[in-house]
Design a protein around this ligand. Structure first.
Ligand SMILES: [Zn+2]
Length: 496
């Protein structure tokens, strides 16, 4: 009896732990040796079985670019093959799925008739959707999809924009139509659009991908542009997936993983975010932070999306909303001494903290970004309104004589006392270590902004502006960066 009780208690604690974990960043990698494996692992992850499979050539993205909405319609995973014979691993996966139908996208050069015969010998019925060009393949896929009130247009000769819009297009049954090499629409594509009662044309990509001529020739266009494939991807996620917690990430310069992953992304109502192997481009960082994406499916092995990206996406800080409050500002200069003014120092350090946190995929809210004065009440309201998870106010200290020196961090026990104290301790420890200042410790007191904010909140006094040795550090860019790094590390320690 006692043993059972202990077991129950353990389960309870465990489930609590799991619940808490779910709010932090989590990742699942669907990787593999190569693109065949990635496609198979995506299929295994999303489909215990499937009556239909979409099969495409492993290299020719043109044919398959428009296939995601079709695959989604039939709840079919997308698998890849070499053209001459059915790739053995793919064949095994088709068997595992107990598929009855295979839809081949592309002509016999992409997927040969030998493969058709192989599939038929497995008792599978095969349908091929082909065309004289990728544009025609896309048109033929759209006919298979059936009527829709909207269509998507993307560059047929560059894959990223089409794949970024694919999950959204798929979920809504919108066909993806492609432009030709001259960035014009083929007559057959134009005819297809004209034949339908289209209420909106979604254009994925800027004018260099889908020309303004095309834009002007289609009904009620809405363009998702951007300076890069990453920005286009971010803009689509921001527009259509803003209230989701799941996102798929994949390398933006290879098509295969994004293509085969896009059907699963559609099933899970998640955007595809394009990134680089070892870094997350700025627009994607903003998108992750602002949309508070916290559960990530990584498409591709560690060569495509590195382990360091995987580790970064797992961190608890991902998607957290952190308010940085540079003290004073505008009409209120704060303390001054040794030729320095508090409001300037704390704004500079705050901006440096902001940039560190942004790079860690936190959503940062600054109570001021220039020399303005929001009231203390306004700062607290801003924190509450933004649903902040943490509030850090940054100040420098002053005394009537030059004798007092050092660093101290304050918290208040009105709300979130224990968490605030812990945060204060982590930041204080790092600041003293980094700045080499006198450790004045963590203190409890009712400064307005830490007293009235309900989330864990602290107020740091970096050093004394009135002490010449401290002031030298406050004047130095190197030390300001050290201070910002230390506050950042304190926040990271707190989350870990
Ligand atoms: Zn101050």
């Amino acid at each position: 009896m006692k043993k059972n009780l202990t077991a129950c208690f353990f389960v309870l604690i465990l489930s609590l732990f799991v619940t808490l974990e779910a709010s932090a960043g989590s990742t699942t990698r669907l990787g593999g040796q190569d693109r065949f494996d990635v496609a198979i692992n995506v299929s295994k992850s999303g489909w215990p079985s499937a009556s239909t499979v979409v099969l495409a050539n492993w290299e020719a993205f043109g044919d398959a670019l428009a296939a995601t909405p079709l695959a989604y319609k039939y709840n079919a995973p997308m698998l890849l093959t070499k053209p001459g014979a059915l790739t053995p691993r793919t064949k095994e996966e088709i068997k595992r799925l107990r598929a009855k139908n295979v839809i081949i996208v592309g002509g016999t050069i992409s997927v040969s008739n030998t493969i058709v015969n192989e599939l038929k010998a497995m008792g599978i019925s095969v349908k091929r959707i082909a065309g004289n060009s990728r544009m025609e393949v896309a048109n033929n896929i759209s006919k298979e999809l059936g009527a829709s009130s909207k269509v998507v247009i993307a560059d047929g000769f560059n894959f990223p924009d089409a794949l970024s819009i694919a999950p959204y297009a798929a979920r809504n049954g919108y066909p993806i139509l492609l432009t030709n090499n001259k960035h014009n629409l083929e007559q057959s594509t134009q005819n297809l659009i004209n034949s339908r009662n289209i209420s909106q044309t979604i254009i994925s990509g800027g004018p260099l991908s889908v020309s303004d001529t095309v834009y002007k020739s289609v009904p009620n266009p809405r363009r998702f542009g951007g300076n890069s494939r990453y920005e286009v991807s971010a803009n689509i996620a921001n527009a259509y997936f803003s209230s989701r917690s799941n996102a798929f990430v994949t390398k933006g310069t290879i098509f295969a993983d994004a293509l085969t992953g896009s059907v699963l992304a559609a099933k899970r109502n998640a955007p595809i975010l394009l990134i680089e192997s070892n870094s997350i481009p700025k627009p994607i960082k903003s998108s992750i932070a602002n949309n508070e994406f916290t559960n990530f499916t990584i498409l591709g092995g560690p060569i495509s999306v590195s382990e360091s990206i995987n580790n970064m996406l797992k961190k608890k800080i991902v998607g957290q909303t952190i308010v940085i409050d540079p003290g004073h500002g505008g009409k209120d200069p704060g303390a001054s001494g040794n030729g320095l003014v508090e409001k300037e120092i704390v704004l500079d350090v705050s901006k440096r903290v902001n940039s560190k946190l942004f790079n860690s995929l936190a959503k940062v809210v600054m109570t001021r970004e220039s020399d303005t004065y929001p009231t203390l009440e306004a700062r607290v309201n801003q924190a509450e309104k933004s649903g902040a998870d943490m509030f850090v106010s940054i100040h420098v200290n002053s005394f009537t004589s030059g004798a007092a020196s050092g660093t101290e961090t304050w918290y208040d026990s009105t709300y979130a006392a224990a968490a605030s104290k812990e945060l204060a301790e982590e930041i204080q420890k790092e600041l003293v270590k980094a700045l080499g200042t006198n450790d004045r410790g963590v203190k409890e007191g009712g400064f307005y902004v830490v007293k009235h904010t309900k989330m864990p909140s602290v107020l740091v006094e970096l050093a004394f502006i009135s002490n010449s040795s401290d002031a030298d550090k406050l004047a130095s860019n190197t030390y300001r960066q050290k201070a910002a790094d230390a506050i950042y590390r304190g926040i990271m320690n707190y989350y870990n």
